[in-house]
Structure formats: structure tokens, C-alpha cells
Write a protein that binds this ligand. Structure first.
Ligand code: M6R
Length: 612
């Protein structure tokens, strides 16, 4: 969480920083701030609210300066307010700092500062760390760089920090552990960001800073060091991201754009991997660890939120197709247990951002105990993609809307291809079944496209249900996770309480909630449990619940018992979760919009959850 941006070079920093912050706003939008250095010193502007509020606040103020840093916050320590917004200024007045992450031992450091007579202006861990650094600098009469190195050895937690110093007006000092930092290399200028989006129109050359590295960034010089003060040669990589991918392209919201992009993103995900005509799946990451994957006694899947739902779908697929036991774990729970991991266990870590703190730590823990880690990640070069042994990118492109949509369907596609690839190597799938599923997968982008044509119908439905207080989502088998995902989307964007449940479990408790006000959304497409689902629907109808369902095209019998339906084309049930979630994404989106909410930036959330 929190987005950070920096610039040093010949240009005016302010417009670059503001534009960069707008692109990083998906990471947090509780407050925003900017620090600019010019010959007169340090100017800091910060404001509670979104970047647009900051921009308005700055109108008419001095924004001159060729070096600057900016921050968009997702609050951890201290409520969202002007006072707690970043950048923070040190007590001595010459340093300004922004921070993404959490300093876990900040209380101890704070106590040390208070004992020395410091008084703090905010409730943040960031201000504590900044003054701790300044205190070391003053006490040891050393450079800022040296003081940062000493201070960070005392710090536990996660951070990316950027510091400006009035005494070195063209320099940004940066350090990272556990939160992402990218440095863009321009001609006589450098850009810094939580991701590469703020620098896209200026450079294609970037360096992904690693944990425990410190960067001294000047217009024409980038020095990278470790905390032991040894110089490291920066590894420069070429950016493979287009500007259009991070713009709305005529859609009202990123979320709607991303929902509609799915036919393309799914096609991109299959490209070069799936060849139904030749009967082939080629996944280099799987090939690299083929032996281990084939002989794995157990696969553990970890993730959070939507990525955890993708893991649940994969559990059904891997068990059925590969005949291997699968355990699905919330990363946030897994890491605090004492999980039994044996040599040769495979851990599949699923993450859109590749930066989720809980998933990162879960992987580290499993790795320490000898597991092989396979990543299913969207953001190229992200932390998770770099600490896994092997993996497969989902190729969904930048996902900016906080509610995950296209990343989810791409995760499902990658996991399905993986299951098929491994099943074939293990001989646990017949040739006929394998070829049939390849064809089914290949047709998915077209079927998603067909489903999206019903957008207006779902928009009309949203008007009808937008005032409901609660929703229930029910599905069976592979569509139980679809029910969970549909409910999560609605909660996130419309702030309506929604529960996802296995349809068969309904009678063991949730049925008590059913009355004439409760919309119950069934995933009722044609599959082997269709009859069971119909019985569950009748049970709801008998209790006057409002029946909504995702149904297969042409299924008039199911349509007749529902108040409203959302239609998808027929598909094999093992690939259907990729398709069935699409109408539920649209339903959540349109209800959120109908209620007047900012669906791209739902309250209290952030896209990339880099704190525990
Ligand atoms: O980036 P990740 O996939 O690791 O993120 C995991 C969750 O934070 C994420 O899926 C979250 O639940 C989304 N907001 C869901 O729409």
C-alpha cells in the first residue's frame, strides 16, 4: 500500500510527480503529498483526500524545483489527516521523507527519541524513522547515507523510503526492504516509483531495487549499495508496458475497462502456451520443474482475496486432473501457523500484484523449510516473481481497478493450463479428455466476449437490486469459489454485505436468512451438479427469497424459476469458472456505480496490500 514517486533532473519535478501520483493512486488514497527542492529550500504540501484534492490545494503555491518526491497514502499508523500525510519533515527541518510499509519497532524507536527530548508532529511510524535517522546523523556527524545505513540496521518491518536533504539539493536517497521500488533511467534524469507507471512516457530502462539495497539518485548518476556499503552494479531491464494499458481508454472506470479487456487478456495468457490444434501446452516454468511437479506428494496453494479464490478453483482441477492432494491456504494464516512442509512439497503462490506482504512471507517460510515455490503472478519483475523458483506470468497487463477482474480470469487460465500440463506428464488424463479441454479453453475468450454483450441487461438488473441490504451467493463444486468471488466483488465495490457459500451448505444455517427481501445469486450453469443446484434454488423459492442466477444459454427451465438471470454460453464445467464470474463482475460494478460510489477506489482498500 501507499504509492511513492520521485524525480531528479533538468525538468520541473511537480507535474511529473502529480501525474505519477495519479497513476499510483490505486495503492492508497487516504491522503497525498509532495516535497520539492529548489534554491530557497524545501517546500512540502500535503492534504487529506485524493491526489485531486492535493492538486487543488497547491494551486497558486510555489511548485518550482527540479528534485522532488510524492506520496499517496493508505493509512496504517494514524488516521487519514493532513497531519499524518507524507512527506514528513525532520525536527531539524532539512530532511523530508516518504515511506511505504510499516516500521514494526517504531514504538521502541519513538521512546528513544522522546527520551532525548524530541516532540513529534504526527502519529506515524514514518516521522519516527525520519527523526531517528536525523538523530544518528547529528550524533555521529556522518553523511545522510551513513545515517540511513545505521538506522535501517535497527529497523524491523517493511519499507521503501525516499529522502530529500536540503544540503544535497539534486539527490534523492532511497532504500527498500519488502516494498517495491523501481528506478527509471533517463538522459540526465532519474525517476522513482512504486511501479513503473509514473515513468512510462520518459524511459523504457528501469532498475528494480532489491531488499536491503540503498540508492543514491542524482540527475546523471545512480549509485546502488547494500547495507554493508558495498557498491552493486544496477541490473538494467527494458520495460514492456504501454501507456495505453494504464489509461481508461474511453471507459468510465478502469474496472469496466478491465472487465471488457478479458477476451484479449485471456488470449494473451494462452498465446504461445496453448495450441489446441497441435494438442500441446507449453509452459516453460512447468518444464523447468517437471520432475518435481510430477512426483509432488502434495501441492499447497497460497494467496489472499481473489487470488485465494483462484487457488480454490485450482484445488478442484489439480485433484481431478493430476490426482495429487491439494491444500489451499490463506497466506495470512499459513504464515503464523507452524505448517508441516516436507522436502519436495510444491507451494504455488498466486498473486496479481506480486507484492502482497502476507503471500511474500508465507513463501519465505515455505522456502526456508525446503518447499519448491511456483509463482502465478501478474506484475512482471514484482517481489514474488523474483523469489519463486519458477512460475508462469498471467499476462493480464496492468490492473488498476482495486477490485480484481481480469487478473482473476487470467489466474484461472494459467492454473488450468498448469493442471493439464502436469496431468499429461503424469498420465492421469486421457488423450481424449486432454484434447477436449484444450479446445474448451481455447474457446473461452470468444465466449467471454459473447457474455460481455449482455452488459446493458446486467446494468438494468443493477438498478433493481441496488438497494438490497444483503446478498447471498451460492454455487457448488468448481462454482463454489465463483460464488465467493461474486460476493467479494459486490462487498468491495457497493458496500453491500454479501456472503458466498457452498449451495449444499445453505440448509445447515444460512437458509435462516432467507426472506422476500434477500437476493440469492446462484451459479446454476449446466454441469454435473445442476440438478442439485436446482433443488437448492427451489428451497430458496419456497421461502420467498429473490432468485437470481447465472445460467447456460438456452436453459429456459432454470430461467423460469428465477426473478432475473445472467446468461453465459455452454462450456465444460472445468473451464466454466473463467466464464461464469464475468456476469458477476458486471453486476457488482453496475450496482456500485448505481449507488454512486467510486468503484475504482473503494473506501478503506488499496490495490497492493504490502502490510500485514
Ligand atoms: O495482488 P494480490 O493478488 O496478491 O492481492 C490479493 C488481494 O489483496 C486481492 O485479490 C484483493 O482481495 C482484491 N481487492 C480483490 O478484488
Amino acid at each position: 500500500m501507499c504509492g511513492i514517486v520521485g524525480y531528479t533532473g533538468p525538468k520541473e519535478a511537480y507535474p511529473i510527480l502529480i501525474k505519477g501520483l495519479k497513476r499510483l493512486e490505486y495503492r492508497g488514497y487516504d491522503s497525498a503529498g509532495i516535497a520539492l527542492l529548489n534554491s530557497a529550500g524545501l517546500n512540502i504540501y500535503k492534504k487529506k483526500g485524493k491526489v485531486a484534492d492535493l492538486e487543488e490545494f497547491i494551486i497558486g503555491k510555489n511548485t518550482h524545483g527540479n528534485t522532488g518526491i510524492g506520496h499517496t497514502r493508505w493509512a496504517t499508523h494514524g488516521e487519514p489527516s493532513d497531519r499524518n500525510a507524507h512527506p514528513h519533515r525532520s525536527a531539524g527541518g532539512k530532511l523530508a521523507m516518504i515511506h511505504n510499509g510499516i516500521i514494526e519497532n517504531y514504538n521502541q524507536l519513538k521512546q528513544e527519541l522522546l527520551n532525548k527530548g524530541y516532540s513529534l508532529q504526527s502519529d506515524t511510524d514514518t516521522e519516527v524513522l525520519l527523526n531517528f535517522i536525523e538523530e544518528i546523523k547529528n550524533k555521529n556527524q556522518c553523511s545522510l547515507e551513513e545515517a540511513v545505513r545505521i538506522a535501517l540496521k535497527r529497523v524491523t518491518g517493511a519499507y521503501v523510503i525516499l529522502i530529500l536533504d536540503e544540503e544535497n539539493p539534486d539527490t534523492i536517497l532511497a532504500a527498500r526492504k519488502g516494498s517495491p521500488l523501481v528506478i527509471g533511467i533517463g538522459k540526465g534524469e532519474h525517476f522513482l516509483g512504486s511501479d513503473a507507471s509514473p515513468m512510462l512516457e520518459y524511459t523504457r530502462e528501469v532498475v528494480y531495487v532489491n531488499d536491503y539495497e540503498l540508492a543514491i539518485v542524482k540527475p546523471d548518476e545512480l549509485i546502488l549499495k547494500n547495507l554493508g556499503n558495498e557498491t552493486i552494479t544496477p541490473f538494467v531491464q527494458k520495460l514492456d508496458m504501454e501507456l495505453a494499458a494504464i489509461e481508461k481508454g474511453g471507459y468510465q472506470h478502469f474496472m469496466l475497462k478491465e472487465i471488457h479487456e478479458q477476451p484479449h487478456t485471456l488470449y494473451d495468457c494462452f498465446r504461445g502456451r496453448l495450441d489446441a490444434e497441435a494438442g500441446l501446452i507449453t509452459m516453460s516454468g512447468v518444464q523447468q520443474y517437471a520432475d518435481e511437479l510430477v512426483h509432488a506428494k502434495r501441492i499447497i496453494m497460497v494467496g489472499c482475496g481473489t487470488s485465494w479464490h483462484a487457488a480454490l478453483v485450482a484445488e478442484y482441477l489439480f485433484e481431478e486432473l493430476c490426482r495429487v492432494p491439494v491444500e489451499v491456504e490463506y497466506a495470512s494464516e499459513f504464515r503464523y501457523r507452524n505448517p508441516v512442509i516436507r522436502q519436495g512439497d510444491i507451494v504455488v503462490a498466486i498473486s496479481q500484484s506480486g507484492e502482497t506482504a502476507d503471500t511474500l512471507v508465507a513463501i519465505e517460510k515455505a522456502r526456508e523449510q525446503g518447499a519448491i515455490i511456483f509463482g502465478v503472478v501478474n506484475v512482471v519483475g514484482s517481489s514474488i516473481s523474483r523469489i519463486t523458483h519458477a512460475g508462469a506470468y498471467t499476462h493480464a497487463g496492468p490492473e488498476i481497478g482495486v477490485a480484481s477482474t481480469k487478473a482473476y480470469t487470467a489466474q484461472l487460465s494459467v492454473l488450468t493450463m498448469m493442471a493439464l500440463n502436469i496431468a499429461r506428464m503424469k498420465n492421469t488424463i486421457s488423450e481424449e479428455n486432454f484434447l477436449h479441454l484444450l479446445k474448451e479453453l481455447q474457446q473461452i475468450p470468444e465466449k467471454v466476449s459473447w457474455t460481455l454483450q449482455h452488459n446493458q441487461h446486467i446494468k438494468d438488473m443493477a438498478q433493481k437490486y441496488k438497494n438490497a441490504k444483503d446478498f447471498l451467493y451460492l454455487g457448488r463444486n468448481l462454482n463454489f469459489p465463483t460464488a465467493l468471488e461474486g460476493a467479494l466483488k459486490l462487498k468491495e465495490i457497493s458496500y453491500i454485505h454479501a456472503s458466498g457459500y457452498p449451495a449444499g451448505e445453505m440448509k445447515h444455517g444460512p437458509i435462516a436468512l432467507v426472506d422476500e427481501h434477500l437476493p440469492v445469486v446462484f451459479i446454476a450453469t449446466k454441469d454435473k451438479v445442476h440438478d442439485k443446484i436446482i433443488s437448492n434454488m427451489q428451497e430458496i423459492k419456497a421461502r420467498k427469497g429473490r432468485l437470481l442466477a447465472v445460467i447456460t444459454e438456452g436453459d429456459t427451465a432454470t430461467k423460469e424459476i428465477c426473478e432475473d438471470t445472467m446468461v453465459v454460453p455452454e462450456a465444460d464445467e472445468r473451464v466454466a469458472p473463467i466464464l461464469n464470474v464475468v456476469p458477476l463482475q458486471l453486476l457488482a460494478y453496475h450496482i456500485g456505480v448505481a449507488k454512486g460510489y467510486d468503484v475504482d477506489k473503494p473506501r478503506n482498500l488499496a490495490k497492493s496490500v504490502t502490510v500485514e
